[in-house]
Design a binder for this molecule. Structure first.
Ligand code: S3P
Length: 445
């Protein structure tokens, strides 16, 4: 690897072999910090991810009045001790709250701030300022909070004038989104009565699990139209709890694909979170023929989440059809699954992918343009991606669009592509996986 002015260069490697510990799960790290802020008392968080997104959340927790101590933990992760006076003791911050690149910080804090009797501004970087916020503004306004985007549009910076108590709502989410569901549930904590969220496709359920662990009644059931209904009783206090954060399955996905598509690979990933609402990428890769062995970690539950050790070996992949439900369940892993599909025999179709256009970048355009430069046969329309394989990849200059999941996907592509692959704006990997290039150095030969 080297860093010319144009970006980071990756060369094809002869072999991938080794053991890896992953960054602490990003979704769970955010939630552990936020729930520690809402609880009165001390919460210890072990093994949180140290990516820029989680740091943004920790900064906001501090700005809202909690004491946050951060110390280095194992494997590039960090441990936090958060002392807070709880939701009723939070104070209005002196300045706008900076969410950086993190959609999770912005949407979940919007839910929290909607129920506090203070006025705050949530802002972020250029990418976050382009992302849609109407999906949280609408339900939070229905609950009684006042939210305004910039220039009357539904984009950040968002000004939030909270209210306590809020009114409970019954809200069918228009797109599958754990961030929207979580924003409504966090606001529901501060509402009178029962707040319900209805999801046509069930999304990651960390918020529900973690609230239950902290003494809040959250019920999940199947509704009359087959939808998942999540119900929270307003007015409950969040109790302080210690949390251990599992390895991030979305970070593991990069190595699972690397191991499967590289001809001489064996990678062992330790302590990965395999929550049923997060593990779709493992099951999709197995359907493609990936040799992935999964050993549950004995007694291995972190933050109420099951853990497993995963081993992946070089595999002959075949194409599959990825349905809209699969896509929603593996939303962050679709870019790297597209890379896997370039090495699979047959035509892979990814359906219901439109939400990818509203992530840190337009990930459909980004993945199609980047993988084409590397020689892949890949096409897309508004909502669908089609990949024909297998195609040998060759190096080239690819743009990550400053999007961590695209930069990580192209770095993995560079490990199998002939010649040199140069990735533009590679530093974006630090948003979710700051130790990625150091990990790669350890396992390549
Ligand atoms: C996340 C939910 C997903 C995901 C994001 C993290 C979360 O976003 O893409 O990386 O922690 O709740 P959406 O809920 O908007 O799909």
């Amino acid at each position: 690897m080297s860093s010319p002015r144009t970006g980071l260069e990756i060369q094809r490697v002869a072999r991938l072999d080794g053991d890896l510990r992953l960054p602490g799960d990003k979704s769970i790290s955010h939630r552990a910090l936020m729930l520690a802020l809402l609880a009165n008392g001390e919460s210890r968080i072990t093994g949180a991810g140290d990516g820029e997104d989680v740091r943004s959340t920790a900064g906001i927790v501090t700005a809202l009045g909690a004491e946050v101590a951060r110390t280095p933990g194992g494997g590039g992760n960090v441990d936090y001790v958060v002392r807070s006076g709880g939701a009723d003791a939070l104070r209005a911050p002196a300045a706008a709250l900076d969410c950086g690149n993190s959609g999770t910080s912005m949407r979940l804090f919007a839910g929290i701030l909607a129920g506090l009797p203070i006025t705050t501004i949530l802002d972020g970087d250029a990418s976050l300022r382009r992302r849609p916020m109407a999906r949280i503004i609408d339900p939070l306004r229905s609950m009684g909070a006042t939210l305004e985007g910039s220039d009357g549009r539904a984009n950040p910076p968002l000004t939030i004038a909270g209210r306590h108590p809020l009114q409970a709502i019954d809200w069918p989410t228009p797109v599958p989104s754990a961030q929207v569901k979580s924003a409504i549930l966090l606001a529901g904590l501060r509402a009178e009565g029962k707040t319900r969220v209805r999801e046509a496709v069930a999304t990651r359920d960390h918020t529900e699990r973690m609230l239950r662990e902290r003494g809040v009644a959250v019920r999940t059931r199947i509704g009359p139209a087959g939808e998942t209904v999540i119900e929270i009783e307003g007015g409950a206090a969040v109790q302080a709890r210690d949390a251990t954060v599992p390895g991030d399955p979305s970070a593991a996905a990069f190595w699972l694909v690397a191991g499967a598509i590289h001809p001489a690979a064996e990678l062992r990933l330790r302590g990965v979170g395999v929550n049923p609402t997060r593990r779709a990428v493992i099951d999709l890769l197995r359907r493609m023929g990936a040799a992935i062995d999964e050993q549950p970690v004995e007694g291995g539950v972190a933050s109420g989440e099951p853990l497993a050790d995963l081993t992946v070996r070089s595999s002959a992949l075949r194409a599959i059809e990825i349905t809209p439900t699969d896509t929603a369940s593996a939303i962050d892993e679709i870019p790297v699954l597209c890379l896997a599909a370039t090495q699979a025999r047959g035509r892979t179709v990814v359906r219901g992918a439109g939400e990818l256009r509203h992530k840190e970048s337009d990930r459909i355009t980004g993945i199609v343009d980047g993988l084409r430069i590397l020689g892949a046969r890949i096409d897309a329309d508004r909502d669908e991606i089609i990949i024909d394989g297998p195609t040998p990849l060759r190096g080239g200059l690819v743009a990550s669009l400053g999007d961590h999941r695209l930069a990580l996907t192209f770095a993995i592509a560079g490990l199998v592509a002939a010649g040199r692959t140069t990735i533009g704006r590679p530093e974006s990997v630090a948003v979710s996986y700051p130790t990625f290039f150091a990990d790669l150095e350890r396992i390549r030969s």
